[in-house]
Design a protein around this ligand. Structure first.
Ligand code: ADP
Length: 868
């Protein structure tokens, strides 16, 4: 026999069937309940108690719930984890409905389509990414529904797509194939590999007609976009609309972003350089945390985007630098601009919320404040007279559109601080709308008349404690305590008995209550009408507000970078197409901030593709090798994003890609050994490095045996020098590598210096020419607190090793004494074989210039035979 489900559970089932991939938040009274698999999934995630509905009955189901007024926090958490949530609401007031309350899904929230400020990071874009995979390339669209920005690009293959996606850090991905029936398991697998926490939604077929229907008028100014790009944009839009059919997401335009015009920063390099995320998870150790001194949210988002996508075009870089330089030179202008910008609210997101009809009165108030502050900011800059400066600031002869009439209208309409919810306070200024004022007067008048009535009734009955009160459920009533109830006139009608007394009504009260209710309803209707008229005006101005916001964001970024330059003494880099990367007295932007004032030691570096292009950097642990490597890469990132750099002087021949492999990686969790990860990352670097690239390698080969490690490090360095010919900084603990400089004119040895004073190491952090003289390992070990007995034994062993004798005199404590091994690591592993010597001698005697290839081959065969 089929189990009979209750009507409520049938409603739930219907909601779940309509949104099978969403967690259904099912409204039951004051709670949102989750049932069945949703409850089982969410209870541990949200730290809720898993209970059950219909306990002990055949239709018992797991259940977990959250109070509706606290739902935001739980929803935010689930969105953060990548889940989709369907809100199933009660569509009528339960107190007015007989039988079961109708319920339906009113809203689907997903990480990539929410627009509520509390679910969005203010200083980051929230990308919903459309991906369209076709045989001849991959279209990618980045859509931020909260700011109406949509841009698209085409990538040649999945690998390059992944790398771009990593940088964008999407909140949600919509993936579809151009060809029907294509197998996408490899793509989803790859996505899962690089973005394990990002939800990927599968999208079905998409015809050309559908694309143009979805994009509508957007296609008009997107004519130079390829089909793959248009399809990707259409996928993102279609998904957003499907999640929220009743929300018409505005889109400003479809812009094109061009990965080929950007400095390539691989995901590995991005992580290692801690551009926007730190390896440790601490916030203030990223480059972004140091240079983000923007005043507005839109500015912060723009700066972040620029940091992750620096430019290649010298002309464009210089243009950005010009703007920064202008604000560095004009301290007063900068200060006034920043003062105005500090009051500019998140115009882009507010305009979108207004155009979705979701702006609260408070949002509209913020929009007003933001627009007025924007006007002040524009005024500050429009005072600039110098023609060149005006061009740098992108100020034409036409005045900047500050959406004045909307700002004025909002200023006229709204009170100083409008409430978040209309019912919770006054929204409009008195005098703004006659009809609203009238309804307001009626409401207030009604309330006054109630007070009057209360006074009169007290007098006529002689009950001093008589009260005229209102509750939402019971409406207006007169309340008299039980002991006084006998004084009540007979014609009063008793309504209700409560603990505190008796409640009555009478025709005069009912009349008045009716008038008040009417006036309130009229007031409410009028207020909502006026609000939506205002929102409509904001909606109509959405694009203009967006354009204004974009302009302000650019000024914000330029003036913020100028502020950084001024505050921390950064200088304008000379950026050109040349081969040289020269930094004079350069510092690490983050380490110098964390170091005590004045303690950071600046260094000079000069890499030249045509000259010394590969530096082998040696020096003791903790001397500052990694810091040096990173500071060079960071200077390139900063310069090419259009920022000044932490150096006295900098010349940067544009770099096409920053490739890095630094320190141990954190992929261990995925079951790969450190060495495997290291080699995989190194392989990527060798594959991608071009003559224009900057490669920084730290401690290659550490994860394996010394011979293997040295051999690999050596071969990698040779390859970078001879084949890739790129600018490279190669930090290593293999001193043997310093011999490379003898065989290649493009390799130089440098070291980060330290001094040993009475067995203690003192780091000077200064980069000097030539290899490090010794490793100071024992001294560092002492610093780290190794016991004295171990240290003195290590010193003795070290002496023996350096002298080439492998048998130190003094023996260690304990048993190891008897079995002191051969310690010279680079002595041959096997006893000398006479045949090996013979072969070696033969090879040494060969005159290669005089041999034909055939001679060489036959000699090789003979040598091989001899060895066997
Ligand atoms: P290595 O890579 O040689 O082991 P690191 O680059 O990790 O050394 O630097 C070790 C520490 O020394 C860092 O934590 C940093 O605080 C400090 N340091 C590095 N370079 C400098 C410098 N130029 N001036 C001052 N302190 C520095």
């Amino acid at each position: 026999m089929a189990l009979r489900t209750s009507p409520v559970m049938q409603q739930h089932r219907a909601a779940k069937n309509a949104y099978p991939d969403a967690i259904v938040f099912f409204r039951l009274g004051d709670f949102y309940e989750m049932f069945e698999e949703d409850a089982v999934l969410c209870a541990p995630l949200l730290d809720l108690t898993l209970t059950s509905r219909n306990k002990g009955k055949p239709d018992e189901v797991p259940m977990a719930g959250v109070p509706y007024h606290a739902a935001h926090g739980y929803i935010g958490k689930l969105l953060g984890l990548g889940y989709k949530i369907a809100i199933c609401e009660q569509l009528a007031d339960p107190s007015t409905v007989k039988g079961i309350v109708p319920r339906d899904v009113v809203r689907v929230l997903t990480p990539g389509t929410v627009t509520e400020g509390e679910h969005l990071p203010a200083h980051e874009n929230a990308w919903l990414v459309g991906v369209d995979v076709a045989k001849d390339g991959v279209g990618v669209a980045l859509f931020d529904v909260s700011t109406a920005e949509l841009s698209a690009a085409r990538f040649p293959d999945v690998a390059s797509t992944l790398s771009a996606l990593c940088r964008a850090a999407p909140r949600e991905i919509v993936l579809g194939h151009a060809e029907a029936n294509a197998d996408d398991s490899s793509v989803t697998g790859a996505l899962d590999g690089v973005l394990p926490r990002t939800p990927v939604r599968k999208d079905g077929a998409l015809s050309a007609e559908e694309v143009s229907e979805i994009l509508g008028e957007l296609t008009a100014d997107a004519r130079d976009l390829t089909d793959a790009e248009l399809r990707a944009a259409a996928r993102a839009l279609r998904y957003a609309r499907a999640c929220s059919p009743n929300r018409a997401f505005p889109v400003r335009r479809i812009a094109r972003f061009s990965p080929a015009a950007e400095l390539g920063i691989d995901p590995v390099a991005e992580r290692h350089l801690e551009l926007v995320r730190s390896l440790s998870g601490e916030k203030d150790t990223t480059l972004l945390s140091v240079v983000d001194r923007t005043c507005t949210s839109a500015g912060a988002r723009l700066l972040r985007r620029r940091l992750l996508a620096p430019l290649l075009s010298v002309a464009r870089i210089r243009r950005r630098l010009d703007a920064v330089e202008l604000f560095v030179g004009e301290a007063r202008l900068r200060a006034s601009l920043r003062e105005a910008l500090a009051k500019v609210t998140d115009l882009e997101r507010l305009a979108v919320r207004a155009s979705l009809g979701e702006a609260t009165p408070r949002d509209l108030g913020s929009l007003r404040d933001g627009l007025l502050a924007a006007r002040d900011a524009v005024r500050v800059l429009e005072g600039v007279e110098d023609a060149i400066a005006r061009e740098t600031l992108d100020l034409g002869t036409e005045p900047v559109d500050v959406v004045q009439e909307l700002a004025d209208e909002l200023a006229r309409a709204l009170v100083e601080r409008p409430p978040a919810i209309p019912r919770e306070g006054t929204v409009f200024r008195p005098g703004f709308d006659a009809e609203l004022d009238e309804a307001d007067a009626l409401c207030r008048h009604g309330n006054e008349r109630m007070t009057e009535l209360e006074g009169r009734l007290r007098e006529s009955t002689g009950v001093g404690t008589l009260k005229v009160r209102y509750t939402r459920v019971f409406g207006w009533y007169i309340e008299v305590s039980r002991t006084q109830a006998q004084k009540v006139p007979a014609e009063w009608r008793r309504k209700q008995t409560v603990a505190s007394g008796e409640r009555y009504t009478l025709p005069e009260l009912d009349d008045l209550a009716d008038k008040i209710a009417h006036a309130e309803e009229r007031h409410r209707q009028r207020e909502l009408g006026l609000l939506s008229a205002l929102a409509e005006k904001a909606r109509a101005a959405e694009r203009r507000i967006g354009a204004l916001s974009e302009r302000l964001a650019r000024w914000d970024v330029a003036s913020a970078l100028a502020d950084v330059a001024h505050r921390y003494d950064y200088r304008r880099p000379e950026v050109d197409e040349g081969d040289v990367l020269e930094l004079i007295e350069a510092r690490h932007p983050v380490v110098e901030r964390l170091a005590a004032a004045g303690r950071f030691v600046p260094n000079d570096v000069r890499l030249d593709v045509e000259g010394e292009r590969l530096f082998v950097v040696t020096g003791p642990n903790m001397a500052g090798k990694s810091t040096l490597l990173r500071q060079v890469a960071l200077a390139v990132v900063l310069a090419q994003m259009g920022s000044f750099v932490p150096a006295k002087r900098a010349r940067i021949g544009v770099v096409d890609r920053v490739l890095s492999r630094v320190g141990a990686s954190d992929n261990l969790a995925r079951g790969e050994s450190t060495f495997m990860v290291e080699m995989r990352e190194t392989a990527e670097i060798l594959k991608k490095a071009t003559r224009r690239s900057l490669v920084i390698l730290d401690e290659i080969g550490r994860g394996t045996s010394t011979f293997d490690g040295l051999a690999i490090a050596w071969a990698v360095a040779e390859y970078l020098d001879a084949a890739a010919q790129c600018r490279t900084l190669f930090a290593t603990h293999y001193h043997e590598l310093t011999a490379l400089a003898e065989s290649s004119g493009h390799v130089a040895n440098v070291s980060v210096s330290a001094e040993e004073v009475d067995g203690d190491v003192v780091f000077l952090h200064r980069l000097v020419a030539g290899p490090a003289s010794r490793s100071y390992g024992v001294a560092v070990a002492k610093l780290a607190g190794l016991p004295e007995s171990v240290l003195s034994r290590a010193r003795a062993l070290l002496l023996a090793l350096e002298a080439g004798t492998a048998k130190p005199e003094s023996a260690p404590v304990g048993k190891a004494r008897a079995t002191t091994p051969q310690l010279d690591l680079f002595a041959p592993k096997v006893p000398e074989d006479p045949r090996v010597k013979e072969v070696a001698d033969t090879v040494r005697a060969v005159e290669i210039d005089r041999m034909t290839p055939l001679d060489a081959l036959s000699l090789l065969a003979r040598l091989k035979a001899r060895l066997e």
